[in-house]
Structures are given as structure tokens and as C-alpha cells.
Write a protein that binds this ligand. Structure first.
Ligand code: ADP
Length: 532
């Protein structure tokens, strides 16, 4: 049912600060309602109350956004906008985001439920730096000259050209950061972008769209179309006039996007998908230091992080000593119950009730399977979709928590919207909650085997003070990122992406430019016809 909604919603932060956020789809540098009047209700996960109603793109709106994006690529962007100027605009955008960082951190906290402090100290500075990093790349994308003839009468050269119109579908866990990772390389490379934020958290990307217009990007270079995944997301993935789709989210949705791309126009696809990342403590590790990395690696963002270190393996000789350190570190984790804006609160609620209930089901299933709860293990009973930071121990390989997961997948997929895709879901499940599962191991060989025994391969971490062991282990782990004596830190300069079913392609660093460019080979003949 079409609903008339105000063009702007005025939000109030718990500290009394007010912020206007536009509610329309952002197309051609203007906010417009959805043609069919479709809307999305965004809920505050702390209060469980309606935060804002915004327009939701349907197929017709996606067609309009794609046409605008194509037109911009052909006329005012791509070949028609000098690379140096692209860099200048991206730098201006980063400056504006920095100016408004406090407001964006608050908006992330309101819409997603994450800690406002973490958003302010991590999400925003990293996102601003990411846009600046790619601003620097805009005029450093060039090809090669290739000698093919000793006389110099013939040669080959390459041009590195933008793909064109790029759909970018992002999740809800790090709105501004995922947006920056995506638009930075795409706009630097000269592509135009149609960004689809998650239906769970449409507000930060809409507010960001205002900055795009203020920075002076030509209309249509960046369009933003909040929508439900199976509607707007699916329409983008299968659109015949979209040249490339980049996606971050679940493996299940990644499969659908790749399938839609294959069945439509074989648009290029990059996917950054889920993980079940192992985190290993060897006996020579600095246990206290390692414990803080383990808790940060799983509890940050409530475990709603594709590279969260959710499987902990501890060498048997230090198991008891490490668990003591781990619990001490977990006790210091302040979850921000009831107030994710409180200074010092590192956590908040999960993004939605469905997400929270998924965690409840998982932990109850693990309890039934005989695992013991070492810490947490229940939802918070107050208002808000909080789940207590949880450590599940005494997990042995023969207990098959993995098997238990499969049973849970069935329950989850029957009760949730994924039921249509049960068959393709048997790829493991990422819990996406603050739940750490601990197992014991004896030897290095054994733990490498355990760590790699997964269909995922996004991240892996380990702690050891034995330099030879560090060399052996980093090379043996099957993951796109390996953290040694630390966990979770990423740099805009270094690539990030998945082995196995955790993804295709790399984000960040120079590698991300490859995601948005294609190589044209130009063959030259200066011989005037004198040579064959
Ligand atoms: P989650 O289930 O945790 O929300 P998803 O992978 O489904 O994770 O969502 C990540 C992003 O993918 C969101 O923007 C969502 O709207 C989008 N999405 C979901 N389903 C589809 C689909 N079938 N096609 C394209 N995008 C989708």
C-alpha cells in the first residue's frame, strides 16, 4: 500500500542533538519518492521503535536510476571527466564526511544499533581515510606499452578503462564503511554507481547522498536506491544495462546475485561474503594480549562482522590459563545495554529481532548438543535486541557443533524467509552474533586441519611467539586475510577478500581498482604498410 511520507525525517539522538535525514531515493542528485510509493520502515534496535519511513525502490525506480547512471557515464563522467578532477571531488567528499563525522556516527548508532563511540572512533575515520585513499588513485590508473617488434614499427599498449554502470549492494553492519570501500575505487576508476543500502539500515547512505551533491559530483554519477533485497537488489543484479555488480553480504545472497548476473547479461561480479573465521592460540602466545584480541575479534559490532573470529582453538597445555584470561577480558567488555550512545559502551543490540532470535536458536542448540556455556549464553531481558557476549566451551571435534549447525540451518531456513532456498543453504551458517565457540587442540598439524575444515575462507588469526611457527602457520591457513598476533585490523592500502565460498575478488588497496576496470589492448602499426 503506497504511503505518503515526509521528504525529510527529523531524528533526535539520546543527547538531544537533532538531525534531518532525507527519505527519498537519490537519483540525479535529487531526492525523489518511489514511483509506486513503496516504503521501508527502519526500526531503532535499541528502542524497538520506528525510526523513519523512507522510500523503497521497485523495478521501475531501478530502471530510472540505471538510465540516469548510464547517461552520466556517457556524458559527464567516465571519459568525459578528467581523472585529476575525479580525485579532487573524492577528496572534497572525504572532507565533507569528516566535517559531519559526529552526525554520521550517531546515525549509524541509531539505525544499526552499534556503539556510537565505536562508530565515531573506528567506522568514520576509516571510511574518510578510504575515500581519500581512492581519491589519490584516480590519476594513477594507467596501462602499459608492450614491445612487440624490435624495430619499433609495431607496438601494443593497454588502456585501463572503467566498466561503466556499477550496482553496489551493501549490508547493514558497517553502512558508511562498506559504502566507502565500494564507491571509492569505483568512482576513482571512472565508473558510475548505483548504491543499494540494506533495507534494515537505509538512513546513513541517504544522508551521505546529500554530501555527494554538496561536493559537486555531476548528477547521476552516484545514485542511491534503498530497497528490499529481493526487489531492488534482484532488479539491479539482473539488469541488462548494468555492467557490474559488487556485493557484500551473505553467501546465500551472493549465490543469487551471481546467478542473476549469469542469467542476464553476464555482468562482472565481485562478492565479499561470509566467514567462520578461526582464531588460534598456541602455547607460546602472550595469553593476556591474545585474549583482548579474541574478545575484540568476536564481540566488536556484536559479532556482526563477516570476518569475526568465531571459532577459537586453544592449545591444550594453556587451555585453562587462557580461558581465565579470556573471561577476564570478556568481563571488561561493556555492551551498552539500553544505551549504545554511552561513553565507554563498546557494544549495542543486534540489528534486528530476527538476527537476535537466530543467535538464541544457535546457542540453545549448542547447549542441547552438550556444549557448556562459559560466559553469557542468553539474550538480554531488557528492551532492545541485545544478546549477551557469549563463550561456548568444551567443544570437541566429535561433538560436531558443525552438524548441530546443519540442524539449526534447517530450523532457521524453515522459519525464516530463506525457506525457498533450503538446498543451496548447506554451506554452513555464519551466526553473526557475539558468540565464540572454543575447542582444544594438541598439535600444530591438528589445528591447521581444524581451522581449514570449512567452506569459508575470509579471515584467520593466530598468536604465537615462535617465529618459525608463525611462518609455517600463516602459509598453511586457507584464508584471504591472516592476522598474526593480532585480529581484525584492516588497512585501506591492503586487500581484503575471501578464499573458497567467502568471495570473489578483493576489496581495498590497489586490487580493488581491478574490480572496476577492464583492459583494452591497442595494437599499433607505424610501418606504413612496409611490414607484415
Ligand atoms: P542478511 O540476511 O544478513 O541481511 P543479505 O546478504 O541478505 O544479508 O543482505 C545484504 C544485502 O543484500 C542487503 O542490501 C540486501 O537487501 C541485499 N539482498 C538480499 N537479497 C537479495 C537478492 N536476492 N538480490 C540482491 N540483493 C539482495
Amino acid at each position: 500500500m503506497a504511503k505518503q511520507i515526509p521528504a525529510v525525517v527529523n531524528l533526535a539522538f539520546p543527547n538531544g542533538r537533532k538531525l534531518d535525514v532525507p527519505t527519498g531515493l537519490f537519483i540525479d542528485n535529487k531526492f525523489v519518492p518511489s514511483v509506486e510509493g513503496a516504503t521501508i520502515d527502519s526500526i531503532n534496535p535499541v528502542t524497538e521503535e520506528l525510526l523513519a519511513t523512507v522510500s523503497s525502490a521497485t523495478e521501475q525506480d531501478i530502471d530510472i536510476a540505471v538510465a540516469s547512471s548510464r547517461n552520466a557515464f556517457k556524458t559527464v563522467w567516465g571519459r568525459n571527466f578528467p581523472p585529476v578532477q575525479r580525485g579532487k571531488l573524492l577528496n572534497r567528499l572525504a572532507d565533507l564526511l569528516e566535517r559531519d563525522a559526529e552526525a554520521f556516527a550517531g546515525l549509524e548508532a541509531l539505525d544499526n544499533g552499534k556503539s556510537a563511540q565505536v562508530a565515531r572512533e573506528v567506522d568514520l575515520p576509516d571510511s574518510i581515510a578510504c575515500i581519500r585513499y581512492y581519491a589519490g588513485w584516480a590519476d594513477k590508473i594507467f596501462g602499459q606499452t608492450i614491445e612487440v617488434d624490435d624495430k619499433g614499427l609495431k607496438s601494443a599498449s593497454t588502456r585501463v578503462e572503467p566498466f561503466g554502470v556499477c550496482a553496489q549492494i551493501i549490508p547493514w553492519n558497517y553502512n558508511i564503511m562498506m559504502l566507502a570501500w565500494k564507491i571509492g575505487p569505483a568512482l576513482a576508476a571512472g565508473c558510475t554507481v548505483i548504491l543499494k543500502p540494506s533495507e534494515l539500515t537505509p538512513l546513513p547512505a541517504l544522508k551521505f547522498s546529500e554530501l555527494v551533491a554538496e561536493a559537486g559530483f555531476p548528477p547521476g554519477v552516484f545514485n542511491c536506491v534503498p530497497s528490499y533485497g529481493p526487489i531492488g537488489g534482484a532488479a539491479l543484479a539482473s539488469h541488462l544495462n548494468v555492467d557490474k555488480v559488487a556485493f557484500t553480504g551473505s553467501t546465500l545472497t551472493g549465490r543469487k546475485i551471481m546467478q542473476a548476473a549469469a542469467l542476464s547479461n553476464l555482468k562482472k561480479v565481485t562478492l565479499e561474503l561470509g566467514g567462520k573465521s578461526p582464531h588460534i592460540i598456541f602455547e607460546s602466545a602472550n595469553l593476556k594480549d591474545a585474549a583482548t584480541h579474541v574478545t575484540g575479534g568476536i564481540f566488536l559490532n556484536q559479532g556482526q562482522d563477516c570476518s569475526a573470529g568465531s571459532r577459537l582453538y586453544v592449545q591444550a597445555s594453556v587451555y585453562d590459563a587462557f580461558l581465565k584470561e579470556l573471561k577476564a577480558s570478556a568481563e571488561e567488555w561493556t555492551a551498552g545495554y539500553g544505551d549504545n550512545f554511552k561513553e565507554g559502551a563498546l557494544g549495542g543490540p543486534l540489528v534486528s529481532k530476527a538476527q537476535r532470535d537466530k543467535v538464541v536458536n544457535y546457542v540453545e542448540g549448542a547447549k542441547e548438543a552438550g556444549a557448556s556455556i562459559l560466559y553469557g549464553g542468553t539474550k538480554w531481558e531488557g528492551k532492545g535486541w541485545y544478546y549477551l557476549p557469549t563463550i561456548i566451551g568444551d567443544v570437541t571435534p566429535d561433538m560436531k557443533v558443525v552438524k548441530e549447525e546443519v540442524r539449526l540451518i534447517i530450523i532457521l531456513f524453515i522459519h525464516h524467509r530463506y525457506s525457498d532456498d533450503l538446498r543451496s543453504s548447506f554451506v554452513g551458517v555464519k551466526i553473526f552474533g557475539p558468540v565464540l565457540v572454543v575447542s582444544k587442540f594438541n598439535t600444530e598439524e591438528e589445528v591447521i586441519e581444524l581451522a581449514n575444515n570449512t567452506t569459508y575462507g575470509l579471515g584467520a588469526g593466530f598468536h604465537s611467539s615462535d617465529a618459525n611457527q608463525c611462518q609455517r602457520v600463516q602459509a598453511s591457513l586457507e584464508a584471504g586475510t591472516v592476522w598474526v598476533n593480532q585480529y581484525g585490523l584492516l588497512y585501506n592500502q591492503s586487500p581484503f577478500g575471501g578464499y573458497k565460498q567467502s568471495g570473489i575478488g578483493r576489496e581495498l588497496g590497489s586490487y580493488a581498482i581491478d574490480n572496476y576496470t577492464q583492459i583494452k589492448t591497442v595494437l599499433w602499426d607505424y610501418s606504413g604498410g612496409s611490414s607484415q
